[in-house]
Design a protein around this ligand. Structure first.
Ligand code: FE2
Length: 308
């Protein structure tokens, strides 16, 4: 079957490689506590912008949130005179809480995620025994993207690609010639995202990654996380399709799906759960909002015991 979404993405990228004015300006903000990169992507002409994968600081031991990371984004938006039109989540993160509601309140803009967040809400709604007040229809978000759906940031063209495997809802967002790949591939010397969370699938992840890697070689790839790598002491989060095809230690050209699945499943068995998975997931499936306060006015984060 012809992959029309992928074809449209290729054409958009080639247009932006030919015409500089169709390429976004991109700033990455690295959060060392969770190894997450937040991006502010903007159209230099209209000054319209999107914030991708923002981070709300959270200290698990005390249950306190703070806004240092989010405030750095706000400062950047203001000092560059940007108008935020989108807050985009590549997926429901398991390692940090999203700052999207905090940023949305201060900067405006619509909150978007992939349509299959509904599947993630269903799985985790059951795990956390959420009551009927927790809607499992994606209504906490302003926009649910499906594969191949297009959007705009001022005059910049964007297209969403569904790239499941790490979670069922992962999307890659291609803006001009830049692809924000979410949790699929990491830097070439580190490899790929894990595929062992509920709803994850290593074979599906491999096929999603190969789809991304069939984009033009010069496509700029912006990664969701970095953990350094043996022999590399600096954090890094930008790569290209060509570089990944030549060098990625897990998925460079020539690696078969069978080899990848065997490697991924073996590695995932030894990985600990992310420190913030329980708070992150139950807040992020609510669009980054804390569970409703109880009758004393306090919100509580639940931890299911011996359930995962
Ligand atoms: Fe993730």
């Amino acid at each position: 079957m012809a992959d029309t979404a992928l074809q449209a993405a290729k054409e958009q990228i080639l247009r932006a490689r030919e015409d500089k004015s169709l390429r976004p300006s991109i700033a990455g903000f690295f959060d060392e506590a969770t190894n997450t990169v937040t991006y502010v992507v903007h159209d230099p002409k209209s000054r319209k912008a999107a914030v991708i994968d923002s981070v709300l600081d959270y200290e698990a031991a005390s249950g306190r949130t703070s806004n240092g990371s989010a405030d750095r984004v706000i400062e950047y938006v203001h000092s560059n005179d940007l108008e935020v039109v989108w807050h985009i989540e590549t997926h429901a993160h398991a390692d940090h809480i999203s700052a999207a509601p905090y940023l949305q309140e201060r900067l405006g803009g619509k909150l978007a995620i992939g349509r299959d967040i509904i599947k993630v809400q269903d799985v985790f709604g059951k795990l956390f025994n959420a009551g009927t007040e927790f809607e499992r229809d994606g209504s906490q978000f302003d926009k649910l993207f499906v594969d191949g759906e297009t959007f705009r940031i001022g005059e910049l063209e964007g297209i969403a690609l569904h790239v499941p495997g790490h979670t069922p809802a992962d999307m890659a967002f291609i803006i001009g010639d830049a692809d924000f790949v979410g949790d699929t591939i990491f830097m070439p010397d580190f490899g790929t995202a894990r595929a062992d969370f509920p709803g994850g699938d290593a074979g599906q992840l491999f096929r999603s990654i190969r789809r991304i890697l069939s984009l033009p070689d010069e496509t700029r790839l912006f990664l969701c996380h970095d953990y350094k790598a043996p022999g590399r002491d600096e954090y890094a989060w930008e790569s290209t399709v060509g570089q990944q095809r030549r060098e990625n230690v897990h998925v460079k050209d020539g690696v078969t799906e069978e080899e990848f699945v065997e490697m991924r499943n073996r590695r995932d068995k030894d990985l600990a759960m992310p420190k913030l998975i329980m708070p992150s997931v139950q807040v992020n499936i609510r669009g980054g909002r804390l569970p409703d306060p109880e009758d004393n006015g306090v919100s509580y984060i639940k931890i299911p015991v011996n359930a995962v």
